[in-house]
Design a protein around this ligand. Structure first.
Ligand code: GTP
Ligand code: IMP
Ligand code: MG
Length: 358
């Protein structure tokens, strides 16, 4: 079975958490990172230790899986080597020989006025992809520091798929950040949908069995995007669920000039890569439906249900969820018309209600 995991909204939906759960539960032979590059910041916990990964797949938590970085992913050599060291994955991590390298110059260029306007992560991804398009990029096969990690990732992935083994593809960012489908120009430097994730690792569209699209129970956005309707004081005042969230933020003494900032603090929403505060918005159903369509989603994953419904923290069975949470989830599934199969109820790898048919 080949599964692809993508973000359905604006990134930071918890792909790290979900990929680590699927890695432990489904025991994939190969887990390959797709997506843009080190602009991603995935958070994952292993044995109580928190890892903020930007280059490696969060599937590293399964020590038996082979790990790969697809040709479409930009590689920051230092970041890659640091992560191989902290995750102790040397010997089972591979980089496609055709990955583009992010040079220091690309990071400098990513501090431009335009990058600031977009609010990029300044990780050099936009200029790195521009160099590839201009055909002046350096490739992994020409970087001596990477020689021991080089591989043909499409061959790895397709060999495993052909043998009927589990293959997991981890994309990055989210649908609303797609270069084509997001709120241009407030987007990342590449398409972020499942088809592109497959191309990143060299997998044909007919070889995919499942596409998991991840949403959070609300949305968050780091960086600029004036086209999003962020949660306002007025919105909060009108909605009993958001009112209760704000009351919790006030009770906990969360700082902030307005409801949005207080709720962002309560939810712990700040950028994994940049540390910047994230802005909060309500779940956008229209965007979610469009994202499901373009991604060809077969399953929906909803994360951070415990942040909206704290009584659900750590719950692992559907029956254990509260009545309010169930009615929120039922409404969501009715509108989305694709089964909601994984419900994440906390940051820990095992905090999941798994409704998949086994
Ligand atoms: P990008 O590739 O940057 O989009 O990252 P991501 O989708 O992996 O998400 P990121 O790790 O940046 O942010 C998600 C945050 O939510 C992390 O701090 C996770 O530990 C946390 N998280 C994920 N799922 C849940 C959940 O169900 N409940 C709670 N409380 N936290 C969660
Ligand atoms: P870039 O990808 O660094 O060029 O940034 C372009 C836009 O995408 C900015 O608004 C970033 O904040 C946003 N972005 C890029 N990567 C991520 C991510 O992993 N999570 C959330 N937002 C991201
Ligand atoms: Mg992130």
């Amino acid at each position: 079975m080949v599964s692809v995991v993508v973000g359905g909204h604006y990134g930071d939906e918890g792909k790290g958490k979900v990929v680590s759960y699927l890695a432990m539960e489904d025991d994939p032979k190969v887990i390959a990172r797709a997506g843009v590059g080190p602009n991603a910041g995935h958070t994952v916990y292993k044995d109580g230790v928190k890892y903020g990964l930007r280059m490696l797949t969060c599937g590293f938590v399964n020590e038996k899986s082979q790990l790969a970085i697809g040709a479409g992913v930009l590689v920051d050599i230092k970041q890659f080597l640091d992560e191989v060291e902290i995750t102790k994955t040397g010997g089972r991590i591979f980089v496609d020989k055709r990955c583009s390298i992010i040079e220091e110059e690309h990071k400098e260029l990513d501090k431009s006025e335009n990058s600031k306007k977009i609010g990029t992560t300044a990780s050099g991804c936009g200029p790195g992809n521009a160099a590839r398009v201009n055909r002046i990029a350096r490739l992994a096969k020409d970087a001596p520091e990477l020689s021991e990690y080089l591989a043909d990732v499409p061959q790895m992935v397709n060999d495993a798929a052909r043998k009927g083994e589990e293959v997991l593809i981890e994309a990055s960012q989210g649908f609303g950040l797609s270069l084509y489908y997001g709120n241009y120009p407030y987007v990342t430097s590449k398409d972020t949908s499942a088809s592109t994730a497959c191309a990143d690792v060299g997998l044909g569209p007919t070889n995919v069995d499942d596409v998991y699209v991840i949403f959070k129970a609300y949305m968050s956005r780091v960086g600029e995007d004036p086209y999003i309707h962020y949660l306002s004081d007025e919105d909060v005042g009108k909605d009993p669920l958001w009112k209760s969230v704000l009351a919790r933020a006030d009770d906990a003494g969360m700082p902030g000039e307005n409801a949005n900032e207080k709720i962002a603090h309560l939810f712990g929403e700040k950028g994994t890569v940049t540390g910047r505060p994230r802005k909060i918005a309500a779940f956008d159903f229209d965007l979610a439906k469009y994202s499901i369509m373009v991604n060809g989603a077969t399953q929906i994953v909803l994360t951070c249900v415990d942040k909206m419904f704290p009584e659900c923290l750590g719950v692992k069975s559907y029956d254990g969820l509260s009545k309010d949470a169930k009615s929120f989830l039922n409404n969501l599934e009715d509108q989305m018309e694709v089964p909601l199969t994984l419900i994440s109820t906390g940051p820990d790898v095992s905090d999941v209600v798994d409704l998949r048919k086994k």
